[in-house]
Design a protein around this ligand. Structure first.
Ligand SMILES: Nc1ncnc2c1ncn2[C@@H]1O[C@H](COP(=O)(O)OP(=O)(O)OP(=O)(O)O)[C@@H](O)[C@H]1O
Ligand SMILES: [Mg+2]
Length: 289
């Protein structure tokens, strides 16, 4: 199972490339796509789910160009768009029944599949309530359920954790890890902790391009020896901020406790272990020190 983008370009207007000569190889497992607003995550996902076509380049799924033959991947696809809309007058059960029918699942077994999905996404107790009465997080979970109903070989979820509470996030991560064992799962987010620990591969992107790609260990390795912590007096803080890339700071009575990134070994701070968040900020803030 392999999904590949080769030199893909996509633009919505003349002087703005949403994807810029983008290449990526996606294999079985969970791929996390991280990037700030406007990075091109949804564009990438829409192209993979064949909702949009690229300006140039190819997208190949198991050897077939799905730009030319979108049906080849559609039958294998489960997709949650970022702006997922539901039918507010249906209840969750009816909605999933409807989606199952659209996906060609009918007859015996559908009931069981729907019940299973409702249980997995913790919606069983509200399954008979109208969707219009649901909270944002409940609608999001229903969105994930509809993407999963046909047991897709390629599951693509655009910002699936939006609106989920901490407990649901943990449950969601467990579900995604399980699903990634035998299929391609692609999830996008701009929240590092949502991707961390669930993704086997991570792509950090901005301005339609890949900034960095790898597994967590590889990504963290690239930041080794670059992250420091230091306590700094109030009057020196502003100046320090202009000279260093401050990842986070906590104001205390006599000054600020800062976490910062330096490319050349620092004499000032105490070296600390880098996190994915550090790397993300380092790459997307694009500060060359
Ligand atoms: N339908 C559209 N028409 C015009 N421009 C668009 C359209 N969709 C996206 N864009 C532009 O393409 C670029 C990439 O947008 P995209 O939605 O793919 O980013 P994103 O990473 O998903 O952002 P977000 O985190 O806000 O969801 C942005 O500059 C955006 O303004
Ligand atoms: Mg988006």
């Amino acid at each position: 199972m392999i999904l590949e983008l080769n030199n893909v370009t996509k633009s919505y207007s003349k002087n703005n490339l949403a994807l810029d000569n983008f290449s990526l190889k996606i294999q079985r497992g969970v791929l996390g796509i991280l990037g700030p607003n406007g990075a091109g995550k949804s564009t990438l996902i829409k192209l993979l789910s064949t909702m949009e076509k690229p300006l140039s380049g190819n997208i190949i799924y198991n050897g077939i160009n799905i730009v030319k033959k979108p049906d080849y991947i559609r039958k294998d696809l489960g997709y949650l768009p970022q702006d997922f809309g539901t039918f507010n007058s249906l209840n969750a059960y009816e909605f999933l029944e409807y989606v199952a029918a659209l996906k060609g699942l009918a007859g015996k077994g559908v009931e069981g599949k729907i019940d299973h999905m409702l249980r997995e996404l913790n919606l069983s107790n509200v399954a008979k309530y109208q969707i219009g009465t649901y909270s944002g997080g409940m609608k999001q979970r229903l969105g994930i359920a509809q993407a999963l109903i046909n047991n897709p070989k390629v599951l693509i979820l655009d910002e699936p954790t939006v609106g989920l509470d901490p407990e649901e996030r943990i449950r969601f991560k467990e579900l995604i890890s399980d699903l990634g064992m035998d299929r391609i799962v692609i999830i996008s987010s701009h929240i590092v902790s949502d991707i961390e620990s669930v993704a086997n591969q991570i792509v950090i992107m901005q301005n339609g391009s890949v900034l960095k790609q790898g597994n967590q260990l590889e990504l963290l390795e690239s930041m080794k020896g670059m992250v420091f912590e230091l306590f700094i007096a109030h009057d020196k803080f502003l100046d320090f901020k202009t000279k260093n890339l401050v990842v986070s700071s906590v104001r205390e009575q006599n000054g600020h406790r800062v976490r910062f990134i330096e490319k050349i070994s620092s004499n000032e701070g105490i070296k600390v272990n880098a996190t994915l968040e550090d790397l993300y900020i380092y790459l997307t803030k694009n500060r060359l020190l």
